[in-house]
Design a protein around this ligand. Sequence first.
Ligand SMILES: [Zn+2]
Length: 392
Amino acid sequence: MSLPPLVEPAADLSVDEVRRYSRHLIIPDVGVAGQKRLKNARVLCVGAGGLGSPALMYLAAAGVGTLGIVEFDTVDESNLQRQIIHGQSDIGRPKAESARDSVLEINPYVNVVVHNEALDNDNVMDIFRQYDLIVDGTDNFATRYMVNDAAVLLGKPYIWGSIYRFDGQASVFWAEHGPCYRCLYPEPPPPGMVPSCAEGGVLGVLCASIGAIQVTEAIKLLTGVGDSLLGSLMVYDALEMTYRKIRLRKDPGCAICGENPTVTELIDYDDFCGAVSDEAQAAAQGSTITATELKDWQDSGKPIELIDVREPAEWEIVRVPGARLVPKGEILNGSALADLPQDRQIVLYCKSGVRSAEALAAVKAAGFKDAVHVQGGVVSWVKTVDPSLPVY
Ligand SMILES: [Zn+2]
């Protein structure tokens, strides 16, 4: 879909800017006018992680005049496999500050605005209002729906991307001219159904493939060139090396941009997306132990059956001593239930405590009433019991 330029051109380019952007200026479709539009543009990146890294770096290099970074997290060693805007010496620093430094190193003419805070219902509208365009690099469903709803309510376009293992997706959402995220995904997936990158992994370079699409679409929208991805979903398969474009329609029944919207203001997104399912929450109630309690049980010689419900690849990285591996899927489909012992207490754990709560619901429903799961999973075990083990 062809759209008019999103921003007006800046008054002029300096001599230094003409030199810096000369390879843009000689593209007829961009030219001086297009570069002036980029200079005048205000773009917000939600997240300075996997997608935010390449997005911020190329938006900066392209000469976007004002770049906002909203990010509350700090740089962890496990980020560096894909979050290339951060480096070894940034470990422990706020990602927003590390990203700002990299942006200014790439292009000192960019005005960087750091929002070193978590995006939430209290600040999202005020922050979004300051920008022409939003690039969504979030990795969880609650924030994705919040980004969508805030953008729809403010009438702003945004560029969405998602990554998982070898698969990526991207699109442009702008309710005034086409579909929104809710038109594509009216409901979040059931909690625990779709693993996050922290659980399932992501090929680092996939961030560049999808981030590059997002930046390309940003530049096209800002300067008004080409056909936007608005109304299309790009699906990338790195293993097959295929890009497929699927047409998207605006859903007249969409809860926020449809003909009779039921969502007219921001909602409780954690509740909407459910950190864990109601069943899992009920199962975990009164049946949750800490990693330290697990250690005490083991040391006291209490007979327990310790079951790791993660995937084999995760088991290979780190495990709690004394555990055996039974992936969650084998518990949920019932195939592993017959092998569970009746004569000892069952203790389940996963990486963070979400999947083990889901498995706990199935185990308790199968009659193992005294089964428990470990709050915070193996991550908590490493933090509180054995810091010599790796985390991932
Ligand atoms: Zn919609």
